[in-house]
Design a binder for this molecule. Structure first.
Ligand code: B12
Length: 307
């Protein structure tokens, strides 16, 4: 998980440093770690919680009441409340152009300095939407257009994946959270959409089984029987031919008879009509996905009433 110093947290949340320190010392609502040179280090989750507390105060809550409610319950409510209110965030276009300029000829040092520097200064969830996913689309397009070598595309894709996994692996495994199985169906190798969905679900307290690309439906079904997921999420990027799709949807419909199955991604959207005849749910975009998660979390956890 990323570590933010207090001055950045103040910038990101709109709270003063004094207020942040008081909420730590008096109420224990955030628990920053200390760097080797004793600076406070806050996680993305701390930043999100502080933003949530500020919103609660704006809605008329008192900090005393929030402190009594306690960090764990507040985190739970924050996750339920975390549905993005507007559209997905816009890509950082200038940065993407600068990054693309480092790819041919490849200037690895400059590329990684720019990318790491940009990702480090905003909350990771924002970095996913504004930098990492658009960058994946960009390098993919450059390869599809014959402008960069596949080796360079692989290098950037792996770097993006490393970042997503590195942050995801530092989230605690929430064994009490809803169990989600996330993968791409057989023949689907575009993996980043699934990985982003896995990160967002883990961030919101789900117990995620991430199985990556190209998962045969028979293996998906037997794995479901073992882990009993509350939701199976599949990412389909490529638009497939109807023949190929009919078979896949028939198999997935059988799985969906036993476990809730939802699909997202460009390829899934193209199947909207065909999906209607099955038990497989279509999730149009990440906003719909977040709403679906909220429903799942609300079913799992009783929501405390705010007074
Ligand atoms: C990156 C990319 C690649 C990379 C993939 C790297 C990897 N390991 O994932 C590389 C260069 C390897 C590649 C290869 C190929 N690709 Co390609 N690729 C792309 C590209 C540029 C972006 C796809 C992507 O990863 N986007 C990032 C994700 C996160 O964004 P997104 O797809 O828009 O998803 C959003 C939502 O849909 C949602 N979402 C996604 N999944 C899910 C799941 C759930 C549950 C939910 C709720 C939401 C959700 O989240 C995202 C948020 O904004 C697209 C074109 C494009 N611009 O989309 C072509 C594209 C998908 N590829 C295409 C093709 C044909 C191929 C190849 C078959 C080419 C070939 N001849 O070999 C191979 C197949 C892969 C293989 N067998 O190895 C075609 C597919 C055509 C079609 N019929 O649909 C496309 C559309 C390019 C084109 N214009 O022709 N590709």
């Amino acid at each position: 998980m990323k570590a933010h110093r207090i001055h950045r947290v103040a910038k990101l949340t709109g709270l003063s440093r004094d207020v942040i320190r008081v909420w730590e010392k008096r109420y224990g609502l955030v628990k920053p770690l200390r760097s080797p040179n004793r600076y406070r280090e806050y996680t993305d989750e701390d930043v999100a919680l502080l933003r949530f507390l500020k919103e609660e105060l704006d809605r008329g809550q008192t900090i005393g009441a929030l402190a009594i409610e306690g960090r764990e319950s507040l985190l739970q409510r924050m996750r339920l409340d975390a549905v993005p209110k507007q559209q997905e965030l816009a890509p950082l276009q200038t940065l993407l152009e600068e990054l693309a300029a480092c790819l041919d000829p490849l200037d690895k040092v400059r590329f990684e300095q720019k990318l790491n520097g940009a990702v480090a200064v905003i909350p990771f969830e924002e970095a996913i939407q504004r930098i990492l996913l658009p960058l994946e689309r960009l390098v993919g397009e450059l390869w599809h257009q014959g402008k960069i070598d596949i080796a360079v595309e692989h290098y950037v894709t792996k770097l993006i994946q490393q970042k997503l996994f590195a942050v995801m692996n530092q989230l605690p495994v929430n064994e009490h959270g809803p169990r989600l199985l996330i993968a791409c169906p057989e023949g689907e190798w575009h993996e980043i959409g699934a990985q982003a969905v896995a990160y967002l679900a883990a961030m919101r307290g789900c117990h995620v089984y991430y199985l990556g690309p190209n998962l045969p439906t028979a293996s998906l079904a037997s794995f479901c029987d073992r882990i009993k997921p509350e939701l199976v999420l599949l990412s389909l990027t490529e638009v497939r031919s109807p023949d190929n799709t009919i078979q896949l949807l028939r198999e997935l419909d059988d799985v969906a008879a036993r476990w809730p199955v939802a699909m997202g991604g460009e390829g899934a959207r193209a199947l909207e009509g065909m999906l209607r005849g099955t038990r497989v749910e279509l999730l149009d975009d990440l906003i719909q996905f977040q709403r679906r998660l909220t429903r799942l979390l609300a079913e799992r956890f009783a929501v405390p009433h705010s007074s």
